[in-house]
Design a protein around this ligand. Structure first.
Ligand code: ADP
Ligand code: MG
Length: 238
């Protein structure tokens, strides 16, 4: 059964259509990666799933419930952004708990969830630090922690590693793969990095100019790319 479904989803800005009819089924627990060149519509699609951007036409359903007009906070989704946007004046603990406090979750429950996330992300020793006292990788883990404490069914990641240096990127990639196994949640992940896509994904969605060119496992796409664009992007020898 599909957990998240897009059906002929479109988005226009002014008169210009930037998402041109996307159909997609994502199953519970799947790690799905959107790849494609800059400007092809990856972030726009993710923001529509999150509810941060209105869907111009088509349907978004989660567990068979139409979500187009449902408030972002009620979709069971949490999003991790590229620019971590941590609150500089708050500690790691406060940064992770903030959204829950805002939502009126009781203090003891917030503490429990923050400690649980800190444990998963190995941030336990850093809970009282401010963001400027953290490395890039640690900050990114706090940003992921802010999503984990919300106990979402679905995580959305928009190029979460693109601000990190190459070595840290490899390390965080392994961390995110581990996290996916450990939390057993659905992840929808956007990147323009083919290596990231090939190593993380159960299923890759290759986009070009607002259109899905091909959907398949990394191996499917490598062995049997639908066209030269996919072959070029995935780096297969076709
Ligand atoms: P990607 O994340 O793949 O780099 P985006 O989803 O950010 O691509 O953008 C897709 C297209 O939509 C681009 O042509 C971009 O210029 C356009 N776009 C994105 N957001 C807006 C906006 N708020 N207003 C107008 N055009 C936008
Ligand atoms: Mg983007």
């Amino acid at each position: 059964m599909s957990e998240l479904q897009l059906s002929d989803v479109r988005k226009s800005y002014g008169g210009l259509e930037v998402i041109k009819g996307v159909d997609l089924d994502i199953k519970s627990g799947e790690f799905v990666v959107f790849v494609g060149p800059s400007g092809c519509g990856k972030s726009t699609l993710l923001r529509m799933i999150a509810g941060l951007e209105e869907i111009s036409s088509g349907d978004l359903t989660i567990d068979d419930v139409r979500m187009n007009d449902v408030d972002p906070s009620k979709r069971g989704i949490a999003m991790v952004f590229q620019s971590y946007a941590l609150y500089p004046h708050m500690t790691v603990r406060e940064n992770m708990g903030f959204a829950l406090r805002f939502a009126g979750v009781p203090r003891a429950e917030i503490e429990k969830r923050v400690n649980e996330a800190a444990h998963i992300l190995e941030l336990g020793a850093l809970l009282d630090r401010k963001p400027k006292q953290l490395s890039g990788g640690q900050r990114q883990r706090v940003a992921i922690g802010r999503a984990i404490v919300r106990h979402p069914k679905i995580f959305l990641f928009d190029e979460p590693l693109s601000n990190l240096d190459a070595e840290l990127r490899v390390h965080m990639r392994i961390e995110i793969a581990r996290l996916h196994k450990q939390l057993a949640t659905t992840i929808v992940y956007v990147t323009h990095d083919q290596v990231e896509a090939m190593t993380l994904a159960d299923k890759i969605v290759v986009m070009r100019a607002g259109v899905v060119e091909q959907v398949g496992s990394p191996l499917d796409l490598y062995d049997d790319p639908a066209n030269l664009f996919v072959a070029g992007f995935i780096g297969s020898p076709k």
